[in-house]
Design a protein around this ligand. Structure first.
Ligand code: ZN
Length: 292
């Protein structure tokens, strides 16, 4: 896959190495040491005033303003090839979907992509590396621990950059489903139908995300000629090899381990191809398809 000088996305958050809750407490725009916080607590105890007010005085800020203790978002180091690649792929999904939405008279809201290692807090509960890449509709972010790419290569025998890019594009596909209201509709329906039918809907969601990944592949290649010989096969290998990212149950407010099927390898390949051959998201209506 050729991405040489393609632009990088502004929507990448690098949380690797920050660990759980690595954000600490931020007040008035400044970061406070634990000593300062301790002083504030003691002072407020004796003076009988809100510790936040004391903290704010100490940090010289204006009105007390607490930011949520989310881990610090950083840009990846410039020499980090993989992170740069992820950022470029993310940018190419932005180009694809900005244009596709505009053509439909809609506005695309770009998702964030979070690189993390081990664990990270998300609006869908604690994200863990073992879940594989996933999308959280609650905060509209795609979460990836890059060790997954190594797994993709070694355990799933799906090497190659385009296979990695496909995984990102599939997750962004879930974001597109979220923006279009498809995800919510499916989740609502799943609440009131039996297990088998709920699973069948999950399969259609997953295959649609594969098809949308195919649409991205086609449009990106048309715009920028990124594909090299063997790339398409690599993506199809990935499509057939990986079980799904773990779709989180938004209604339950947490990520549940994989518990349903995601379509056969043949189905996943077929829908990716369908998106790829047409480059048209209207070809991705898996919910209306008589045959998957
Ligand atoms: Zn998925």
């Amino acid at each position: 896959m050729r991405m040489d000088n393609h632009r990088e996305s502004d929507n990448l958050e690098d949380r690797r190495g920050s660990g759980m809750g690595g954000g600490g407490l931020r007040l008035g725009g400044g970061r406070l040491g634990i000593g300062t916080i301790a002083i504030a607590l003691v002072a407020s105890y004796f003076l009988g005033i809100n510790p936040l007010t004391v903290l704010n005085m100490l940090s010289g800020g204006g009105m007390p303003a607490i930011e949520q203790s989310a881990p610090e978002a950083r840009r990846p180091p410039a020499d980090d090839e993989t992170a740069r690649f992820v950022s470029q792929v993310l940018a190419s999904t932005e180009d694809t979907w900005n244009e596709a939405f505009r053509a439909n008279g809609q506005r695309y809201q770009e998702p964030k992509l979070v690189l993390f290692s081990g664990m990270t807090p998300t609006a869908c509960g604690t994200g863990q590396s073992a879940m594989g890449p996933f999308y959280c509709p609650g905060d509209q972010k795609v979460y990836i621990d890059l060790v997954f790419f190594r797994e993709l290569k070694e355990r799933f025998k799906a090497p190659g950059e385009f296979a990695q890019a496909y995984v990102i594009a599939h997750e962004v596909g879930h974001h597109v489903q979220n923006l279009l209201g498809i995800a919510e509709k499916v989740h609502t329906t799943q609440q009131r139908v039996g297990k088998a039918e709920a699973n069948a809907l999950s399969v259609r969601m997953e295959l649609q995300a594969d098809c949308l990944a195919g649409v991205w592949g086609k449009r990106t290649d048309t715009m920028k000629q990124v594909l090299e010989p063997g790339d398409l096969e690599a993506a199809l290998t990935a499509a057939s090899a990986i079980g799904d990212d773990r779709l989180q149950q938004q209604a339950q407010g947490r990520i549940v381990p994989e518990s349903f099927t995601h379509g056969s390898s043949a189905q996943r390949m077929r829908w990716f191809k369908r998106g790829f051959e047409s480059g048209d998201m209207n070809q991705c209506n898996t919910f209306k398809a008589a045959q998957l």
